[in-house]
Each structure stands twice: as structure tokens, then as C-alpha cells.
Ligand binder design. Structure first.
Ligand code: PMP
Length: 595
């Protein structure tokens, strides 16, 4: 197979030559951006997770439901005709936008994840045998790892992983060595969602094709930033999501070369994907419908079409140049903050800036929580790339990711807020557990006669504070007084799973009592230490049955913790509560057996 001769996406120089965008005018197209969060203008830097939607997209979806809503491909009536026409027009738009040769190659899915699963389950199950290999890379999103793992487990095949350098670039010599007669597919991200690295996919595709190996590109993070031409790229499959490219959720695209799609068996069965059905024999519909079982996301496809038209109007060259400026500015400003380390310094990147704070050591979760109080939305954690985080020896990073509507001023606001957070962490010695058991740890005694009594005090204290900033500060201060937890107690057994940060809890029966529970706890994140201190105040030193009888969920609601904590934090808190209740249950059971 030959190497594509045309340039498959926008070269950097062209991006630089593009005229500057009028971002302040363009922002008016995004109604959501006009709001304030915690009293500050919203700075939305979580675009790699999902982008905001321009009015054109919102209007297109609303118009569909107000004027044209009907099912597609099925009826002769007017509304169904219109719905079908608009849905198929979206396919035409996608085909043109990504430069596919024909409409049969454009399959609508729910998103990138579903598109990759479709290829794994259809192409993969038909072509992969025991002992075969699938090549992925160390920087893949879980969506481009787990579907292949599942396939490999089923087929007794093997996953091979291309390593990366410390700057987050693929090591192509190692990649080349992995390719061989057993390799059945290469699956690689165009752009890394956690580091922003733009992979040299032209070379990756060319090298694979020299061995006759097809290549799937996970384009979730590339389609919103780079001009695409899948035909010129010569990739075999390309997947992306509507919601990351200014379109609605629930819609994505799988591009596949027609000659592969023709041979692939259907994945899901149901309406629309068949040509005829009888109990004896069922035949498949033609492409692309063979892979679109059931009622598709019609309104979302129409919204995606509007998003792509919007991007055409903005101009991808201007968009790319603008985002490049934002990234350059953010990189320079963050590099200037002492103690901050950027993770992912590849030569070619799109608008993602991942970093950790080493000095003073600040947990990503705390930085994200503090930035949120300044109205700045960033992502913290492993970004669905746990193997990549392991490669860097990190539990997670803070990630700021940019889109066309972000401004240089917002980058400055973010950098200044970050610098303040880092500075305020400096000089505060962090208690990270006692080094040995020689010092007997102090378990917190009861803070009141019962959990109810302590809860009443907490409610009173929270009511005196009128904004969430003060409550947050109160929690942080509670956390600072958390009694130290000896390092020996921080084992796998005491680790609370399901939390975004590292959390340990160790509970025991208070010596000399029948059923009094006491516990030590610690976390690398200040906000979590605050939550742990709150739980300690409520429960440590109380009788097990009282702990079990206490309605913790009502208290969380009353304190506003259920609405002010993110879902991830609420889940983490729920895990910690579960730990305490589990231990209290065991203790109460033992006390009943041995009265
Ligand atoms: N791959 C990459 C590189 C991504 O960034 C994402 C989304 N974070 C996905 C795949 C999955 O996309 P979706 O959740 O829209 O299916």
C-alpha cells in the first residue's frame, strides 16, 4: 500500500498565516459562556471533555423537535421525509468535512467509544484469531484500550503497546518492531487527550500498511482542532465524537473504508440494518445502514451538521491558529510558576496543557477545586488514561484544554489563579503521617454525646457562613487538624477505592470498650482531608449502633455537600462513609454476640 502524497491536515505555517479570529464576537454565539460561577466570569477550560455548543447547534436541535420530528427511513409522510432528509444531509456534511470518498463510508454511532467498539466487535471478531496481536500505544484513552482487551481475552490474542518518551511522544522505532505477520490491527489516537501530543499518524499508517495491516485512528481529540482528510490520510477507520466538536452528545462518527465495511458482519441487530427478515433467513441492508441498527440519534446528527457548518464559517485555519496562540501563552505562563511541572512536552501539540504541582506538593483534586471557586473549569485525575498516568508515575494531572471561544485574557486569569494557589500552599508544612509506630497515634475522641449532637453543631457552623467559599475554607481548616495517621497504616488494605485522590482509613474498636468505634484517616488532597475530618468529628468515639442509626445523607444535604461537591467527590465521600458503616456494622454484630 502506498503512502498518501497529499498533506492530510493543516500544516503549522498555514495556521500561523490565518487571520486572527474576533473571539470576543464569536463568544456571543455561545450563550452558556455568559454566566458567572462562584461570582466570577466562567472560564471554561474543560473542552477536551466536552465543548460548549453555539446557538446554531441549539437552534437546529430545537427546530427539529419543534417542526420536523419523526422517525427516519420508515414512512411516506411529510415529517418523516423531512427528518430523513435532514439526517442524511448530516451524513453528507460529515463526508465532506472529513474528506471521505463516499457516503457509504460514514456510519453514525453514539460517539467515539461506540465507533471503536463497533470495529472491535465486527472487524475484530471476524479477523482476529488466537495468538494474533493488536497494537495500541501507551497514551491511549481507555476507549481505545478496553474494547481491544475484551477482544483479546475472547480470542486469546495479545495487546502490544508502543512506548512513549518522557516528553509524551511515541517511539516509532519501537512501534516498527511490533509490526509483524501476527498484527491484525493498529489502533492509535490522532491526538492524546491527556497530553495534547499530535501523533505522526501519516508515518504510523504508512509503516502499518507496508505490512498490510489496517489502522484505526481515534480522532476524538483531533477532529475539533485539525483539518482532516481521511481519504488522503489513507487510514482504514477514523472515529470521533460530536460533543467534542461543538455538537450534541449521543452522536459520533465511524469512518471506514468501504472495502472493509462491506466484508464486516453487522454488530448490532434490529430495525433499519436489515434488508429482509424471516425466521429462516435474514439479509443485511446496504452500507452504511448495515451498522445503524434501531432509531438513530436523529436530532443529534442534525445538531452535528450545524456544528460542522459553524466550524466552516469560523474557518478551521483561523481556529487552529487561535488555539495555537492560547496553548503557547498558557505554556509560557504556567512554565513561569515555580514548582509546576508540565506533563506532555511533545514537539507537536494541540490545545491541552496537563500539569502537576511538585513544590509545594499539591493534589490535582485540590487545585481543580480551588480553581472552580474562581469560576475556572479544568479537569483533574487520570483523564481515562490510567496506563499513561502509570507511565509517568502519577495518580493524575490537572488539565486545562482550550477551544475556539477561549481568550488570551482567560489564560491570564487562569495562570494568575494557579500562581496564587501554588503560593498559598507554600510555607504550609504538610503532615503526611507519622514515620513509625513508636509514636502511639491519637485517635480522635467523641466530639459530642452523639452523632446527632455533633451534626447540629456542624449545621449551625455552616449556616453562619453564607457562601460556599467560606464553607470550603472551613473544611480545609478542619482537615489541617486531622490527627496524623502512621505511615504503616497506609496499606492496600486501608486504601479507600473509588476516590479520585489517595485516601486511607483505619478503624478499630476503642480499647476498653465493647462497641465504640474510632478511626484514623488521611488523604493527599486537602479537600478530602476536610471531609475525613468532618466524618471523624461525627463518628470517631461514638458507639457503633449510633453510627449505623445516624442519617448521614440528610446531613450531607443539609450542609449542601451533595450539591456543592462534584459527582466524583460525592462518590468518593460515599465510599468513605460506606467504609465507616461497614466497620460499625461488624462492631455492632460482635457486641451483640458478646454482650
Ligand atoms: N478517545 C479520546 C482520545 C478521548 O479523548 C475520548 C473522550 N474523552 C474518547 C476516546 C471517548 O469519547 P466518547 O466518550 O465521546 O465516546
Amino acid at each position: 500500500m502506498s503512502m498518501p502524497k497529499t498533506i492530510p491536515f493543516l500544516p503549522r505555517q498555514a495556521a500561523r498565516a490565518a487571520p486572527p479570529l474576533d473571539v470576543h464576537r464569536l463568544r456571543q454565539d455561545f450563550p452558556i459562556l455568559l454566566q458567572r460561577v462562584h461570582g466570577k466570569p466562567l472560564v471554561y477550560f474543560d473542552n477536551a471533555a466536552t465543548t460548549q455548543k453555539p446557538r446554531a447547534v441549539i437552534d437546529a436541535v430545537r427546530h427539529f423537535y419543534e417542526a420536523d420530528n419523526a422517525n427516519v427511513h420508515r414512512a411516506v409522510h411529510e415529517l418523516s421525509e423531512r427528518a430523513t432528509e435532514d439526517y442524511e444531509a448530516a451524513r453528507v456534511k460529515v463526508q465532506k468535512f472529513i474528506g471521505a470518498n463516499c457516503l457509504r463510508e460514514i456510519i453514525f454511532t453514539r460517539g467515539t467509544t461506540e465507533a471503536i467498539n463497533l470495529v472491535a466487535q465486527s472487524f475484530g471478531r471476524a479477523n482476529v484469531r488466537a495468538g494474533d496481536e493488536i497494537v495500541v500505544t501507551a497514551l491511549e484513552h481507555h476507549s481505545n484500550i478496553v474494547p481491544w482487551q475484551m477482544l483479546c481475552w475472547e480470542k486469546k490474542a495479545h495487546l502490544r503497546v508502543v512506548p512513549i518518551t518522557d516528553s509524551g511522544e511515541l517511539i516509532l522505532e519501537e512501534y516498527e518492531k511490533l509490526l509483524g505477520p501476527r498484527t491484525k490491527l493498529v489502533a492509535v489516537a490522532h491526538v492524546s487527550n491527556a497530553l495534547g501530543t499530535v501523533n505522526p499518524i501519516e508515518q504510523i499508517i504508512d509503516l502499518a500498511h507496508r505490512h498490510g495491516i489496517p489502522v484505526l485512528i481515534d480522532g476524538a481529540q483531533a477532529a475539533p482542532h485539525l483539518r482532516l482528510n481521511v481519504a488522503a490520510l489513507d487510514c482504514d477507520f477514523y472515529a470521533f465524537s460530536g460533543h467534542k466538536i461543538y455538537g450534541p452528545t449521543g452522536i459520533g462518527v465511524l469512518y471506514g473504508k468501504a472495502r472493509h465495511l462491506e466484508l464486516m458482519p453487522p454488530w448490532q441487530g434490529g430495525g433499519d440494518m436489515i434488508s429482509s427478515v424471516s425466521f429462516e433467513k435474514t439479509t443485511w441492508n446496504e452500507l452504511p445502514y448495515k451498522f445503524e441498527a434501531g432509531t438513530p440519534s436523529i436530532a443529534a446528527a442534525i445538531g452535528l451538521c450545524a456544528a460542522l457548518e459553524y466550524l466552516d464559517e469560523v474557518g478551521l485555519d483561523a481556529l487552529a491558529a487561535h488555539e495555537e496562540r492560547l496553548l503557547a501563552q498558557a505554556t509560557a505562563r504556567v512554565n513561569d510558576i515555580r514548582g509546576v511541572r508540565i506533563i506532555g512536552t511533545a514537539r507537536r501539540k494541540t490545545g491541552v496543557l496537563s500539569f502537576v504541582v511538585d513544590d509545594p506538593p499539591l493534589a490535582a483534586l485540590d487545585i481543580g477545586t480551588r480553581l472552580n471557586l474562581e469560576g475556572i473549569a479544568v479537569r483533574t485525575g487520570h483523564h481515562c488514561c490510567q496506563p499513561l498516568m502509570d507511565r509517568f508515575g502519577l495518580p493524575g494531572t490537572v488539565r486545562a484544554s482550550f477551544a475556539v471561544y477561549n481568550t488570551v485574557e482567560e489564560v491570564d486569569v487562569f495562570a494568575e489563579a494557579l500562581a496564587k494557589i501554588v503560593a498559598s500552599g507554600r510555607g504550609k508544612p504538610k503532615v503526611v503521617g507519622l514515620p513509625t509506630t513508636r509514636v502511639e497515634p491519637t485517635y480522635p475522641a467523641a466530639a459530642g454525646a452523639s452523632p446527632e449532637e455533633v451534626a447540629a453543631e456542624l449545621v449551625e457552623a455552616f449556616d453562619l457562613m453564607d457562601d460556599w467559599n467560606d464553607r470550603y475554607q472551613y473544611l480545609i481548616e478542619l482537615g489541617e487538624r486531622l490527627p496524623p495517621m502512621p505511615a504503616e497504616l497506609k496499606t492496600e488494605a486501608t486504601r479507600v477505592k473509588g476516590c479520585q485522590s489517595t485516601v486511607h482509613m483505619f478503624a478499630r474498636k476503642k480499647p476498653g470498650t465493647a462497641d465504640v468505634l474510632e478511626f484514623l484517616a488521611d488523604s493527599d488532597a486537602d479537600i478530602v482531608r476536610g471531609e475525613l475530618a468532618l466524618l471523624q468529628k461525627l463518628f470517631s468515639g461514638q458507639r457503633a449502633q449510633q453510627v449505623l442509626d445516624f442519617d448521614i445523607h440528610s446531613l450531607m444535604q443539609r450542609l449542601g455537600l451533595d450539591s456543592h461537591l462534584s459527582l466524583g467527590r460525592r462518590n468518593g465521600l460515599a465510599e468513605m462513609i460506606q467504609r465507616i458503616r461497614h466497620f460499625a456494622g461488624e462492631l455492632a454484630g460482635q457486641a451483640r454476640e458478646k454482650p
